[in-house]
Design a protein around this ligand. Structure first.
Ligand code: NDP
Length: 287
């Protein structure tokens, strides 16, 4: 039976590390400011933003949420981003996604200052990752890597399989695993014989968005399984991309949903905000 990777407890540890860093920066007169831009009425986005505000308050980061109406124009959001980019007290900026359909997501991302892009979605930060150079890392994959590290797994030479190739999860995850010298396979909706690819994985990261799709009998005995998926199943219950019950009979370690990757994403957002604040001010990194 697999050991559960307790994302809640590990995220609390990360927030504790961040909180100590924030405290020591305060002693040097540095107040860290995170700005969240929330456009429209998407109920899930409002919940995510409240969770971010709560996490920021817990670690001592000053957070400000800019709430814009559903019919805000693209140029109104761009004007706000330009003003945040030029404000000395702003360390981190993120635009909560999804934005309403009349707003171009790429234009929002591109308008951000890469040095303040605490989501790590800006092409400059993604390019830095691919170039093995320091930049702000996307929070979810960075959090997943920490979960793998907490199991004590040495990734060098291991077969890692990432299912999903989105810019915010799958692709950056694959590059982080490559940086750790894993042999990485990236699967997607056109992959042939997905169960056979998954059967090769010493480490499996599932970021698909399909409730309970990955079955236990696809998984290699002893694999480390990280389930990024956040889906509602037919009963309306929050569930991952991996069928937890069957997969936990094969895996050595597995993340639950909820309580696995989700809490790590927000904890790493806070961590990124501290890293951005230090980098912009030329201060040494606390982590
Ligand atoms: P996207 O929809 O952007 O990407 C999904 C990926 O899965 C695509 O690359 C797609 O392939 C692939 N895919 C879809 N169907 C299949 C299939 N049948 N077989 C193999 N691959 C398939 O999603 P995200 O990356 O944004 O998110 C993935 C999941 O992670 C979602 O459930 C999301 O809610 C969750 N999530 C959770 C976070 C957290 O903090 N816990 C943070 C971010 C996301 P193709 O490219 O070919 O279309």
């Amino acid at each position: 039976m697999a050991q559960i990777i307790d994302g809640k407890a590990i995220a609390a540890k990360v927030r504790q590390e961040v909180s100590q860093a924030v405290e020591s920066l305060k002693e040097r007169g540095v107040e860290i400011g995170l700005h969240v831009v929330l456009v429209g009425d998407d109920p899930a986005s409002h919940v995510y933003v409240r969770n971010k505000e709560r996490a920021a308050a817990e670690v001592g980061i000053l957070s400000t949420t800019h709430r814009l109406p559903q019919d805000a124009t693209e140029s109104e959001v761009l004007t706000l981003l330009a003003s945040l980019n030029s404000h000395a007290g702003v360390d981190g900026v993120l635009v909560q996604l999804p934005v309403p359909p009349h707003i171009d997501t790429n234009r929002m991302t591109d308008a951000q200052d890469p040095a303040r892009d605490v989501d790590g979605f800006h092409p400059v930060n993604l390019g830095m990752l691919v170039s093995d150079r320091p930049g702000l890392l996307a929070c979810t994959p960075a959090g997943c890597l920490r979960l793998i590290d907490e199991t004590g797994t040495d990734l060098k030479g291991k077969r890692a399989v990432v299912v999903g190739r989105s810019l915010i999860v799958g692709k950056p995850m694959a590059h982080l695993l490559l940086q750790r010298h894993a042999t990485v396979t990236v699967c997607h909706s056109r992959t042939q014989d997905l169960p056979a690819r998954i059967a090769e994985a010493d480490v499996l990261v599932a970021a698909i968005g399909r409730a309970d799709m990955i079955q236990g009998d696809w998984i290699k005995e002893g694999a480390v399984v990280i389930d990024v998926g956040m889906n509602r199943n037919a009963q309306g219950k929050l569930t991952g991309d991996v069928d937890f019950e069957s997969a936990s009979k094969k895996a050595s370690f597995i993340t639950p949903v909820p309580g696995g990757v989700g809490p790590m994403t927000i904890a790493y957002l806070m961590r990124n905000t501290v890293i951005a604040a230090c980098a912009r001010r030329g201060l040494p990194f606390p982590f």
